[in-house]
Write a protein of this length. Structure first.
Lengths: 297, 455, 344
């Protein structure tokens, strides 16, 4: 058993899924925003990192990890809500490039603020669970208690979000508001509030991902940069309309990268995102899991 | 330098033809016909291109410490009656960003250098930082006859006959590799040794030094990581390298990495339950920069007295001048400005040493400050700096420091409360001249007395 | 609407206008300091790339974040060519880089032009993210992370002879690259001005505004979009080539996602889809450090403090947000808005 679990293929699968889970989580957060407000949030990674810095830095001042995690997520949610109200609300109905540009500007501001406040310190954020991989008869199995925690956390969040959207009245209203804001408004749904709620949820999820990415790592402002690009690709391949698509695509990207690395070449790894995108979107240009296609007339 | 990430230019064949560099000193003469640029009766204006923002902003404290030395000297009457005006220009480590853009093509360092030379009319550059960044302007500075002193980088690019006004500062990666190899051969005889180096000349030169020191490393154990790993967040090459080394039972692993990557590599190895004896280049070992408990007991080379050694007179003096320096914008929250919380670290000692060395060279000139004079003074001054090994230059050797002392990183009980330090293990070791032929000289650690005029 | 615009000025007029404006710009370089000459050179080169992006985003509505990648292809083409053919005139470097930029644009356009909005943005983003690692890895061709160095643009002796005085050579060697860049930019702008008014330009706008209508009047959607993409990539290749020639070097770190975002920022600040917007974008690029130092002076923030050094990110981020909120057509739009305000 140990030999099998430590085999090359299984090692790749474990490694790929561990990365993919976090990619999926960030992709999910992008999809929530896209679904509710049709905005591509380029600052998602940076916003999550900002909230992470606010909350997780208190770990170094002796605060409990879980309390800091909670504080980070709340900070992220507040930041998301305020951003939607202040920066995004005036842009509804404008060309799609406008919110993209505004969020790029916001990205610059957040990164500069993080760099100004928490400069130059490289500090390992301690992990609440051991990150040491299990060993079996001298073989390393690429699974650690921390990875179990990571995957479980992602699963819980995904299920909670799915339940919210599918099983609750609020979720129904949110979907309606996103799909047909005018009709929803006529039916008495407070569309504006729901859009803000979409951002709050999304940045909350994004922050959770940022905390997970930074745990057991150096707490650095750039932590989310690379993984954000992967998540962005995952969201696009999965079809921005589909949370399930984002999760599947996120896991797939994690696995693809791992297998390309191991069986092909390290140098080609940065291209794996492009490869997945080209193949995925060639099959369906509007994303693999998008149900309906509309054309603007 | 310790802690400066290095990327060396692939080719510099064309540097001598650097057109814009043709700006001869004539332009800077506009202030007055025969005067030396940047020098007035009461001031000497010098400059540096350094990263203050962006990915290498962590090195900002190097030049901040250099500036602190000048501030101290100015407050005590200056050098021979002249105050030093030190202009630090942010070049974002030569990476394009808004506000850090360039007029010539897209290299911020070249633009900032041009600004220093043609607009601010600096007398010299002192302590400019970064191999790739400085590589892109040494031709320009040379053609403008601007002395480029104490470049903060361990590349051997600063040691070229065609650039007579260019002087490095840091021990070369080769020399360092050679000294580290000596420790490994002496203490870990017969061990399988692996290397993980940055995939550029920093890694390549470090490896060459290890091999010149007589260490044999199997080619499959000579591994690299991409310099962009930290930017892309994709560390898969490191995972692969560690898997290989663990599989080969390498019990000693040498790292030619920058501090964040040192930390990452050690964490990744720990996850695999792989704990070899780490031997880390001084570039990536500064314990307060790496800030990882896993670095405990790693071996490194330290060119300076351990920063926590407060019996060393230099450290006492440096701490005094550095705590004087205040973060100029206390109203903006900055939790880890790091500089100047009253704790010395390796970066600060490094930067302050450069400042001290310049002050001493300038001091030796007396009242008559010229560019030719300072270049000559570089080779004749007996520099008194905190470094453990002699800092000396000759017409044939512009490298600067030649070595340091082997040090062991101390374990730290509470990683969140105080910075980590290294403990020096013994004598100072250094090579002289050409690293590949000259033997390693072992001597007692040198503690130069502080010159009277600095007190 | 655009019919009246397109018929307002004939091609001949545009040619004369280009020549006159180019001559004025060249004349100005004679009175500038060498530092300003150099800045202008960089701005001219950047404005070419911005113009190409402006054409793609403003006229065809395809949001691309991949143009830094095409710049890299142009930049490396020039460096590699110049290192192998040291005596070859720069026109060949420029030509080759433009063509290779266009060809790589075509390759990426095959999948890209089938994509809409966010999907296209995602794909081009992935492309520009992959460029630097690939360049570092192809060490034998690209010089790895150290990049490649080439000869600077030397002032020919006839040009240097125009100047006299102690710093004649200084001035000549700073001004020559600026003048070359201005002439290259003028050619690029002239071509684009005609393209804006051409059948293709009109078809592109129609595709952007109403695909179905475009198809109904016989426009081939795929071909028009591909053409827009290829031209944009060719402009990026040309601009990248100029960048290598001006800085005498090319390094992989320069050409990443950051640069793509920078391009988008400059284009928006200048004004999307206009010639003058691209010029303004180029100038903002060149003088951004001056803008930041003005802000530093006004606010009294020490530029070497941690906050001061990062102030540029805040300044340009806020500027970008304000532009999009208040003057979405950029500084160009702001100008015409103010004019209308005065007339009223």
């Amino acid at each position: 058993m140990g030999t099998f679990l430590a085999s090359r293929v299984m090692t790749d699968i474990f490694g790929g899924l561990a990365t993919g889970a976090v990619v999926a989580l960030i992709a999910l957060s992008l999809v929530i925003i896209w679904q509710s407000t049709h905005v591509l949030n380029f600052a998602q990674g940076a916003m999550g990192m900002f909230a992470t810095f606010v909350g997780m830095n208190l770990v170094f001042h002796g605060l409990n990890y879980w309390l800091c995690l909670l504080l980070s997520v709340v900070t992220g949610m507040v930041l998301g809500g305020v951003t939607e109200r202040v920066l995004i609300r005036p842009l509804y109905g404008k060309p799609e490039i406008n919110p993209i540009v505004v969020m790029i500007g916001f990205l610059g501001v957040i990164e500069a603020v993080i760099a100004s406040i928490w400069t130059t310190n490289i500090t390992m954020l301690p992990s609440p669970f051991s990150q040491i991989y299990y060993q079996s008869a001298g073989h390393t199995i690429l699974v650690s208690p921390f990875i179990f925690y990571e995957v479980a956390l992602v699963a819980i969040v995904v299920i909670a979000i799915a339940l919210l959207f599918r099983r609750t009245n609020l979720g129904l209203q949110m979907r309606a508001a996103a799909l047909a804001p005018e009709v929803s408004r006529l039916l008495g749904v407070r569309v504006g509030r729901l859009l803000t709620l979409g951002w709050i949820l999304s940045t909350g999820v994004g922050t959770l991902a940022a905390v997970v990415v930074s745990t057991g790592q150096v707490l650095a402002p750039t932590n989310m940069d690379g993984i954000f690009v992967s998540a962005f690709i995952a969201a696009a391949v999965g079809g921005l309309e589909s949370p399930l698509g984002a999760i599947i695509a996120g896991l797939a990207i994690g696995l693809t990268e791992q297998f390309i690395l191991d069986f092909w070449s390290t140098s080609i790894a940065p291209l794996s995102g492009v490869i997945v995108l080209v193949i995925g979107l060639s099959l369906r240009p509007q994303g693999l899991f998008t149900k309906h296609v509309s054309r603007r007339v | 330098m310790s802690r400066v990430r290095i990327r060396r230019a692939a080719t510099l064949a064309s540097a001598s033809a650097l057109t814009l560099g043709m700006l001869s000193t004539g332009l800077a003469m506009s202030a007055g016909a025969a005067s030396t640029p940047g020098v007035t009766a009461h001031t000497v204006t010098i400059g540096a291109t350094v990263p203050l923002s962006g990915i290498a902003a962590g090195y900002a404290e190097v030049s901040a410490a250099t500036a602190a030395v000048f501030d101290y000297v100015n407050a005590h009457g200056g050098v021979n009656g002249r105050r030093i005006i030190y202009l630090r220009k942010d070049d974002c480590y030569n990476i394009n960003a808004l506000g850090c853009t360039a007029g010539v093509g897209n290299t911020p360092t070249l633009t900032q250098t041009q600004t220093l030379v043609t607009q601010d009319h600096v007398f010299a550059e002192v302590g400019s930082l970064g191999t790739a960044a400085q590589d892109s302007v040494i031709g320009y500075l040379n053609q403008n006859k601007v002395p480029d002193l104490f470049v903060s980088s361990g590349s051997s690019d600063w040691n070229q006959a065609r650039y007579p006004m260019l002087f490095g500062y840091q021990t070369s990666y080769q020399a360092e590799g050679k000294i580290l190899a000596r420790w490994i051969l002496g203490h870990k005889k017969g061990a399988t040794v692996g290397v993980i180096g940055q995939g550029d000349d920093f890694g390549a030169n470090g490896l060459a030094g290890l091999q010149a020191g007589g260490l044999s490393i199997a080619s499959k154990d000579q591994l690299t990581y991409s310099p962009l790993d930290g930017v892309t967040g994709n560390f898969s090459d490191i995972t692969q390298a560690l898997t290989t080394l663990k599989g080969d039972n390498a019990t000693v692993v040498v790292l030619d990495s920058i501090p964040p990557l040192t930390s990452y590599i050690m964490a990744a190895a720990n996850k695999m339950s792989y704990s070899p004896q780490w031997v880390v280049s001084s570039v990536g070992s500064d314990p307060s920069s790496v800030n990882n408990p896993l670095e405990a007991n790693a071996i490194t080379l330290d060119p300076y007295p351990a920063a926590n050694n407060m019996t060393n007179p230099w450290n006492v003096w440096l701490r005094k001048i550095i705590t004087k320096e205040k973060n100029s914008h206390a109203w903006f929250p900055n939790f880890y400005s790091g500089h100047f919380k009253g704790i010395l670290d390796g970066n600060m000692v490094y930067g302050a040493s450069e400042g001290l060395a310049f002050v001493e060279a300038l001091h030796s000139l007396g009242k008559n400050v010229t560019r030719a004079g300072i270049v000559k003074a570089m080779m004749t001054t007996h520099f008194a700096t905190p470094s453990l090994t002699p800092l000396s230059y000759s017409p044939r050797n512009h490298q600067g420091l030649q070595g340091g002392a082997i040090a062991r990183i101390l374990p730290e009980s509470d990683p969140t409360q105080s910075p980590r330090f290294a403990a020096l293990l013994g004598n100072a070791e250094y090579t002289t001249g050409d690293y590949s032929n000259s033997p390693i000289i072992v001597s007692k650690q040198k503690i130069t007395p502080i010159p009277g005029y600095l007190k | 609407m655009f019919r009246t615009v397109s018929q307002r000025y004939p091609t001949g007029f545009r040619l004369v206008a280009t020549v006159v404006l180019c001559a004025v710009a060249l004349a100005i370089t004679f009175v500038l300091t060498p530092l300003d000459d150099s800045k202008l050179a960089g701005g001219a080169a950047m404005s070419i790339v911005i113009l190409g992006l402006s054409w793609l985003i403003g006229w065809s509505g395809q949001v691309s974040l991949g143009n830094a990648g095409f710049m890299a292809i142009g930049a490396y083409t020039t460096a590699i060519w110049a290192n192998h053919h040291t005596t070859s005139p720069i026109i060949w470097s420029l030509f080759l880089s433009t063509v290779l930029g266009g060809v790589s644009g075509f390759v990426l356009a095959l999948p890209a032009t089938r994509l809409r909005g966010p999907y296209l943005a995602g794909m081009t983003l992935a492309f520009s993210f992959a460029v630097a690692p690939l360049a570092i890895d192809s060490r034998s061709l690209t010089g790895g992370s150290g990049g490649l160095f080439i000869n600077f643009l030397n002032s020919p002796s006839w040009f240097a002879n125009l100047f006299s005085g102690s710093d004649a050579l200084v001035k000549a060697n700073a001004q020559w690259p600026a003048d070359v860049a201005i002439v290259v930019a003028a050619v690029a702008f002239f071509f684009m001005a005609n393209l804006f008014r051409s059948r293709t330009g009109r078809a592109l706008r129609l595709v952007r505004d109403n695909e179905v209508a475009a198809e109904l009047v016989g426009v081939n959607l795929q071909r028009t979009r591909t053409l827009a993409f290829v031209i944009s990539a060719a402009y990026a290749g040309l601009g990248g080539s100029m960048m290598t020639l001006l800085s005498g070097s090319v390094t992989p770190q320069t050409y990443g996602l950051t640069l793509s975002i920078l391009l988008l920022t400059l284009m928006v600040l200048g004004g999307i889809g206009t010639l003058s917007g691209a010029v303004i974008g180029g100038l903002i690029y060149s003088y951004s450090d001056n803008i930041v130092s003005i802000v530093n002076k006004v606010t009294g923030v020490n530029p070497t403090s941690t906050f001061g050094a990062n102030l540029k990110g805040i300044v340009f981020g806020v500027l970008l947000i304000l532009t999009m909120m208040l003057a979405p057509r950029g500084l160009v739009g702001l100008g015409s808005y103010l004019r209308r305000l005065v007339r009223r």
